[in-house]
Design a binder for this molecule. Structure first.
Ligand SMILES: Cc1cc2nc3c(=O)[nH]c(=O)nc-3n(C[C@H](O)[C@H](O)[C@H](O)COP(=O)(O)OP(=O)(O)OC[C@H]3O[C@@H](n4cnc5c(N)ncnc54)[C@H](O)[C@@H]3O)c2cc1C
Length: 436
């Protein structure tokens, strides 16, 4: 029964003082838009003496579940939450969810970008309708678990319609679903010169560069050498994403480039660089099949370790220089800087440590889901990979039909169970959990 105690609303929620002397209120408009925020500043005051935010919920209000992140895990959780029982507040720098398995297809126009992005408000309509539920386009900058508060900062995408703005949100339950960050292993020049493939804007950038290079390479005066460089697409990382993207590119070359850019069709090439074998975590047959298919479709497979990345070439550790026009970096993911900085227990590999109920032990009312979380060693469970099958043990334990629909998404199932825990708990049906 200790689980239920953890999940019950903290009855002694303190009232928080939001004092921060240096916050500037940029315009009265913001005061209007954010009028649901607790703040002592009057609309005519330009300098705020208080840090705005959503204060603790009152006894007659629904408890507030704050979800950090709008990826697979956060969205699955929000979709399932019963908003007649909870208010939901989502904080994320992205107002849509990305269906990542199809992202590679958008880079070459097989799919349109809008086909892989789903607005959060469609996934959980309450966030744009219910008076106590919101989506905030912001980064989480820190978590104060002692006071049940999340620190946030708005995202303006450098458009400067508003200076970045800081605020706080009190939570009754906090679900951390911050995902992971692309690993660069500290290799010089990767962040500056390579494109990652994790967001819709990455796919847009790849498509733009690819088309631009195709156009530029046909312009009079371009040397043969420069033409080959511009049309050399290099993918670093032979995991599922790198392999899938290389396959998409070679299909694009064989079908579209040959027909629509036939002047330059003999210059365009795809090289996939991998330190070990491609798809090393998959079984031999699949690896062999992928290697054969990629080679057949003209993808050059190179075994090597990238040492340095320049704006037009990369250098392997044996000194080989590889000129490129498009460089896509896909060497796996690791915990984000924010996750690393949080003073929370960590699982092997540095993710946020969770118990078998997805709770973060040692702090109250905090859960972590998705790629940012991993089972603590003490649970005896292995940390699930970012892409993994749900363990049979969990399947037998929970027997959720939704899992069967999404068995590739290991934590999908876990998230479903967390959603149902929260919902049922609030309906006062704690006994249901005894069957687990
Ligand atoms: C191209 C590609 C293809 C893939 N294909 C497959 C596949 O076929 N099968 C499979 O099982 N897996 C696949 N994956 C992996 C899968 O997408 C991830 O495992 C999954 O997205 C993890 O979900 P998540 O919710 O934990 O993190 P994410 O989906 O990455 O979501 C993290 C969320 O946190 C937000 N966030 C980040 N920092 C902050 C912050 N400071 N404050 C607030 N919010 C923040 C992000 O904006 C995002 O909304 C693929 C991944 C990629 C990139």
């Amino acid at each position: 029964m200790s689980l239920f105690k953890h999940l019950l609303r903290n009855p002694t929620a303190k009232s928080y003082s939001y004092s921060s002397p240096s916050i500037i209120m940029p315009s009265n408009l913001i005061l209007t838009c954010l009028s649901h925020f607790t703040t002592d500043a009057s609309p005519s005051t330009v300098q705020l003496t208080q840090y705005s935010g959503l204060g603790p919920t009152k006894a007659n209000e629904k408890p507030r579940v704050v979800v950090l992140g709008s990826g697979w895990a956060g969205c699955r959780l929000m979709k399932g939450i019963d908003t007649s029982l909870y208010d939901v507040v989502c904080v994320s720098p992205r107002n849509h969810m990305v269906f990542t398995p199809l992202l590679a297809s958008t880079c070459v126009g097989t799919l349109e970008f809008r086909s892989v992005a789903e607005p959060i408000a469609r996934i959980q309509p309450a966030i744009s309708r219910e008076p106590g539920s919101y989506f905030f386009l912001s980064h989480c900058a820190g978590i104060d678990t002692d006071n049940h508060v999340v620190h946030c900062e708005t995202v303006t995408d450098e458009l400067r319609t508003l200076e970045p703005w800081k605020f706080k949100i009190s939570y009754d339950k906090l679900v951390i679903a911050l995902g992971a960050e692309a690993s660069t292993f500290g290799i010089h020049g990767v962040k500056e010169n390579a494109t990652f493939l994790r967001e819709v804007h990455h796919a847009q950038e790849i498509r733009r560069k690819l088309l631009l290079n195709l156009m530029l390479s046909d312009v009079p005066g371009i040397s043969e050498e420069e033409k080959s460089r511009l049309l050399h697409c290099v993918v670093v990382g032979g995991g599922p994403t790198g392999v899938e993207f290389s396959g998409e590119l070679s299909d694009f070359i064989m079908r579209d480039v040959r027909q629509r850019y036939s002047h330059v069709k003999d210059y365009i090439h795809v090289t996939l660089i991998e330190a070990n074998e491609i798809l090393s975590s998959f079984d031999d047959r699949l690896r062999h099949y992928a290697t054969t298919q990629l080679s057949k479709s003209g993808v050059r497979l190179v075994r090597g370790i990238v040492k340095d990345v320049d704006s037009q070439k990369l250098i392997l550790n044996d000194g080989t220089e590889v000129p490129y026009g498009l460089l896509v970096w896909s060497t796996g993911v690791g915990p984000s800087t924010l996750v690393k900085s949080l003073d929370l227990p960590k699982s092997p590999g540095g993710r946020i440590g969770i118990d078998e109920w997805l709770r973060v032990p040692s702090v109250q009312d905090v859960f972590a889901v998705g790629d940012c979380s991993g089972y603590l060693e003490s649970t005896g469970k292995t940390v699930l990979p970012a892409l993994a099958q749900v363990s049979y043990e969990q399947l037998h334990l929970f027997q959720k039909p939704s899992f069967l629909l999404a068995r590739n998404w290991c934590w999908f199932f876990d998230v479903c169970s967390l959603t149902s825990i929260l919902n049922r708990l609030q309906r006062g049906k704690e006994n249901t959990f005894l069957v687990y």
